[in-house]
Ligand binder design. Structure first.
Ligand code: NAD
Length: 493
């Protein structure tokens, strides 16, 4: 269903003005149900990024000098403006990305919450002081790092944009955002939201475009000292290499292949609900998806069978239908990639559910949630991020084997552990190489906690004070309180 109010052109937003690309180029944007273009978006290049960075630099002195309280007030108004557009935002997001509408609504709420949360963080934030007896005191001064470059992916686009915009603005940075080219629609709502909230022109600038052009120009720009990137591991590696030229600070939130470890003593009903939601919500296009399910041998067959039964019963359908649990995958290219993994899986594992498009959906990027059992550790569907509704299941016999299997990929973003033996739960949580772990729970976030991954899943942490650390530079000022002893070089007496 086409939402009302769809724009037919999506433009850059630079210095408070909607603009076409300097060279007039555009690209087509399609929805994942009809796979036909509904709009054209401006295709940014180096000249557009230059204009955006200049606008952000011009806006920096005034914005960065506002008190934390004043910026927090503006951030709360941004949250109000998001909430006022809640339904339109969810409809746009669902239409453009294929996320089920009920889940898109949840993401829209989270976007507003991110602004409220970082408004509160910045007001509560203190700075540290260190006293060395009566000799000297040292204190930290934080200042915003400058013009931030934000580059975001197409899964939950608006929410992930807000996850970077809110702390960057709270910290006093001005910025240039480059949204993902497959899903630029919801970002077209930001200009009105920021204008309504009274964010001064030039504080936020948005340049649309292809990653290798607009994104790369932002990464290469000498006046953008920091890049916050969320996306695939390969692109992250490339951005780190490019950033080295200007020694930029980077934050990398990258891919995952997160394990769920289910012991026989777990509450298996709860574990099953959690596994299903963890890997099939957001169409499986979720960085923290529990896409490898490791099950202790005595309950393995039964758990795999129940998982498959439930997966086969999941309602796949139009993203706009409130009954839909899994919608359409974002883009035909991504759909083909996921289907390629499904074909591989037929050779590498035992297909228990899904594997094909549901019969009632002849067009659109739909896949019935897919379960492969008996997947070995060197299988590609065990090792590689599929980023779709596909799960690999494997048995284990001992705690050590569970840890070994959990750690057997290049990734380390999230891990989920199900057991009624809490000592074991903690032991495993400490042994699994992962930035975030949940014991007997699913992906419930607390915005104060560090978010990020180890190994190929990322570099650095965002969330809470970690985000503010990223967007600010800390300076230490040392002051003598009394006499500070100095060796007297050259003094002869
Ligand atoms: P992607 O790496 O293809 O693209 C991400 C963004 O980078 C897009 O805006 C793209 O235009 C841009 N880009 C591409 N090439 C670039 C370049 N050379 N220079 C600068 N920018 C460039 O990723 P995607 O396919 O959009 O997103 C899916 C990936 O994101 C998955 O791997 C997923 O796990 C990951 N992800 C991670 C997290 C996390 O928090 N760890 C969250 C969501 C998604």
């Amino acid at each position: 269903m086409r939402p009302t109010g769809l724009p037919d052109a999506i433009r850059h937003w630079i210095g408070g003005t909607l603009l076409d690309s300097a060279d007039g180029r555009t690209f087509e944007v399609a929805d994942p149900v009809s796979n036909t273009a509904y709009a054209r978006a401006a295709a940014g290049g180096a000249a557009d990024v230059d204009r955006a960075v200049a606008a952000a630099r011009a806006a920096f002195p005034a914005w960065s000098r506002l008190s934390n309280r004043a910026r927090a007030t503006v951030l709360h108004r941004v949250a109000d403006a998001i909430e006022a557009r809640h339904e339109q935002l969810a409809e746009f997001e669902s239409f453009d990305s294929g996320l089920p509408i009920t889940q898109a609504r949840g993401q829209a709420r989270r976007a507003a919450e991110n602004f409220r949360y970082f408004a509160d963080v910045i007001v509560a934030l203190g700075e540290e002081a260190f006293r060395q007896g009566e000799e000297q005191i040292s204190y930290v001064v934080r200042s915003p790092a400058g013009v931030a470059g934000l580059i975001t992916p197409w899964n939950t686009p608006f929410m992930l944009e807000s996850w970077k915009l809110a702390p960057a603005l709270a910290a006093g940075c001005t910025l240039v955002l480059k949204p993902a080219e497959w899903t630029p629609l919801s970002a077209s709502l930001w200009p009105d939201i920021f204008a309504e909230a009274g964010v001064p022109a030039g504080v936020v600038n948005i340049v649309h475009g292809i990653g290798e052009e607009a994104g790369q120009a932002l990464v290469d720009h000498p006046e953008v000292p920091l890049i916050s990137f969320t996306g695939s591991t390969d692109t992250g590696r490339h951005i780190i290499r490019s950033s080295a030229q200007h020694l930029k600070t980077t934050s990398m939130e990258l891919g995952g292949k997160s394990p769920v470890v289910v012991f026989a003593d777990a509450d298996l009903d709860e574990a099953l609900d959690s596994v299903l939601f963890g890997v099939f919500s957001l169409n499986g296009e979720r960085c923290t998806a529990g896409s490898r399910v490791l099950v202790e041998r005595p309950v393995y067959e039964e758990f795999a069978r129940r998982l498959a039964e439930r997966a086969a019963a999941i309602r796949v359908g139009p993203p706009s239908d409130p009954a839909t649990e899994v919608g359409a995958l974002v883009h035909p290219e991504h759909y083909a990639r996921v289907m390629h993994y499904v074909d591989l899986g037929r050779k590498e594992g035992r297909l228990l559910a899904g594997g094909t498009r549901p019969e009632h959906l002849s067009g659109g990027n739909y896949l019935q949630p897919t379960v492969f059992a008996d997947v070995s550790r060197d299988a590609r569907i065990f090792q590689e991020e599929i980023f779709g509704p596909v799960v690999a299941v494997a048995p284990f016999d001992t705690e050590d084997e569970a840890i070994d299997l959990a750690n057997a990929t290049q990734f380390g973003l999230a891990a989920y552990i199900w057991t009624s033996n809490l000592s074991r739960g903690h032991r495993i949580a400490h042994a699994v190489e992962s930035g975030m772990l949940w014991i007997n729970s699913h992906n419930v976030r607390d915005l104060r906690t560090p978010f990020g991954g180890v190994k190929a899943s990322g570099v650095g942490r965002e969330g809470g004070a970690h985000s503010i650390d990223f967007y600010t530079e800390s300076k230490i000022v040392h002051v003598a309180l009394g006499h500070v002893h100095t060796p007297r070089f050259g003094a002869r007496s």
